[in-house]
Design a protein around this ligand. Sequence first.
Ligand code: R5P
Length: 299
Amino acid sequence: MKIFSGNSNKPLAEKIAKHLNLNLSPLEIFVFPDKERRIKVEEKVLDEDCVVIESTGEPADTNYMELFLIVNALKRSGARSITTLIPYFGYQRQDHIFRDGEGVSLEVIAKTLEAVGATKVLSFDLHTPKIPEIFKIPVKELSALSVFSEKIKKDYDIKNIVLVSPDMGGIRRIKEISESLGNIPFATITKDRDLETGNIKDSGLNGEVKGKIAIIVDDMISTGNTMADAASLLLENGATKVFAYATHAVFSKDAKEILQNSSIKKIYVTDTLEISKEKEFEKLTVLSVSEIAAKALKE
Ligand code: R5P
């Protein structure tokens, strides 16, 4: 197996390669002055099984284009199979038509990946379980939940905690983590979003959190508003403390300030996206999914 990495998350790609006792294979990614890219595979890949690691967070368009070009270069160089490991899968939120006249961004990504030559997709904690259905090639969903449940087991008295999904879409996730911790109680927040702006209009709570440490688990943190609002609601409803766990640290706009100034005690995310120094803050801890990714690549 040969592992190639794009520019979006080299630290994670290096960690994954290390777990597999491999080095990243050489790739020239030349960036022209107008930011177009030209890719050159610098190692023989004829009849080889190749893996490309590229996380497609901001700038999603650039990272996707780079991924498409790398896959194309590997295909043209004769690779036998090309697995794309996309730790954070951008453009998955628009997975269906919400309002008349909209397109399906995820379908565009799926068709392009297949057209350039990808033979398999691996990704972490997808937004909905329906995503693999959009692809013709196999899609394997990996999860950071085992990393979170290990951390939760170690850090808290399980009897005193309640898990919380910050929206109804996260129920599958929260049930899974509850089961892995011995079916501990969970609550869900109902949140109503404005379909045009994406802003949260209204929220409510199903389940008992009074006197408990509330642990919110979500797939991603973008602006941080979902987590911050959920924490306030949980404290209003009697939770003693709130901690937050999310796989993907998208951290757009003022997420850093919103999260640092929120009533959440600590925020745990993973390295599916590279977190630049400027995006780090005191309450933040980054856990790694590299071992899970490496294990999945060996299967
Ligand atoms: C929504 O369905 C997702 O699971 C996240 O809750 C959401 O994307 C978080 O967004 P933000 O941090 O901007 O509130």
